[in-house]
Design a protein around this ligand. Structure first.
Ligand SMILES: Cc1ncc(COP(=O)(O)O)c(C=O)c1O
Length: 381
């Protein structure tokens, strides 16, 4: 049976040429970049090259980045580090109700354990934050706003430039989790996000897992969440994972400035899928497939639950997801759909197809052909 991978928002394959660029750092260049001897210096020089190359791509200073272990750590560093730094100025933080758990849970913890007050902005039926809601929520003691660029579950894009402009005018720091945007939306440099902090995660654009970065606009210095040595300009302790960093930078260069998720290729396929699923009984498309990420289609199936749907699709060789990979295996209703006003039962019946560079029209047809019988079997059983 053919396997159809429609789960590119969860992760992507490691590109073979990116892997080649990583290999020397799993072999000959094995030194610790902090060692003063020649073996260490060879590693340091490679690390510096990576940083300068990425800074050119980001159009920022080399000092405006911290290499991390991925999207989760980047979000944690941005949110904990900035909230704690600015606590003497204010304890009010703003985020949205549809963020990835790597952001939401950081805010939960700041509220529960550290005396912060958090406003979680409501969203409209498509999952979009309304600017007016942000304006109404802003207070004199607001220090940090964090709103994602593109939603991982339903693909909705947020009005990041407007949010950034609002924050900048008021001296409020703005973080965006742009993990799902890189490689999917045009990229001209970090300034385009109008943010002080931007989270990046390599495995979403054919780089290695466990590799990420955080853009930090100078002179902001979030308080480190990992302490120890003085790595990354005192901002993130721990011996650098050079192969991961080299992979991140290579994947960024290859797949972000000219997005590897081609809208021209993917949007028509997603729209065809969308039309087909909408014609099935009880199916509702969530988010807006004409305006959101061009590779993502999310829908709910009344009377079914996500786990049964994913298992049924898997039996047909179709790899899909129920939203964020973190909730795969659990029956938690999608917090994103709940925030969009979807009932609890239907929030438990989410299927997300996310297509990518190897997706074909033939695969789309096979999925469209398989879906009716998958739904019949679940409903009949
Ligand atoms: C929007 C978003 N933010 C953060 C993350 C976390 O990335 P990682 O699990 O690689 O740390 C993900 C991964 O699914 C994501 O989609």
């Amino acid at each position: 049976m053919q396997t159809i991978y429609f789960d590119y928002n969860a992760t992507t394959t490691l590109d073979l040429e990116v892997r080649e660029v990583m290999m020397p750092f799993l072999g000959d260049v094995w030194g610790n970049p902090s060692s003063v001897h020649r073996i260490g210096r060879a590693a340091r020089s490679a690390l510096d090259d990576c940083r300068y190359r990425l800074a050119e791509l980001w159009r920022c200073k080399p000092s405006e980045m911290v290499f991390t272990s991925g999207g989760t750590e980047s979000n944690n560093l941005a949110i904990f580090g900035t909230a704690r730094l600015l606590k003497p100025r204010g304890r009010h933080l703003i985020t949205s109700a549809v963020e990835h758990p790597a952001a939401l849970h950081a805010f939960d913890q700041l509220e529960r354990l550290e005396g912060f007050e958090v406003t979680r902005l409501a969203v409209d039926a498509h999952g979009r934050v309304e600017l007016q809601a942000l304006m109404d929520a802003t207070r004199p003691d607001t220090t940090l706003v964090s709103v994602m660029a593109a939603n991982n579950e339903v693909g909705t894009l947020q009005p990041i430039a407007e949010i950034g402009a609002w924050c900048r005018e008021r001296g409020i720091r703005f973080h965006t989790d742009a993990v799902q945007a890189f490689g999917k939306l045009p990229f001209s440099g970090m300034d385009a996000f109008h943010a002080d902090l931007v989270s990046v995660c390599a495995h979403k654009f054919h780089g290695p897992k466990g590799a990420g970065a955080l853009f930090i606009r100078s002179p902001l210095q979030p308080i480190p969440i990992l302490v120890g040595g003085g790595h990354e300009n005192e901002r993130r302790a721990g011996t650098e994972n050079l192969s991961a960093i080299a992979g991140l930078v290579e994947a960024f260069a290859r797949f972000v400035p000219s997005p590897v998720f081609s809208e021209q290729q993917l949007r028509p396929m997603v729209l065809e899928l969308s039309r087909a699923v909408q014609s099935l009984p009880g199916v509702t498309v969530r988010g807006d497939p004409t305006l959101g990420l061009s590779n993502t289609l999310a829908f709910t199936v009344a009377g079914c639950d996500s786990m049964a749907l994913l298992a049924g699709l898997d039996l047909e060789g179709i790899c899909a997801s129920s939203g964020s990979a973190c909730s795969a295996g659990s029956l938690e209703p999608s917090h994103v759909l709940r925030a969009m006003g979807v009932s609890e039962a239907e929030s438990n019946a989410l299927v997300r197809f996310s297509l990518g560079r190897k997706s074909t029209a033939e695969e789309v047809s096979l999925v469209i052909d398989a879906l009716p019988s998958v739904l019949r079997q679940i409903r009949g059983g």
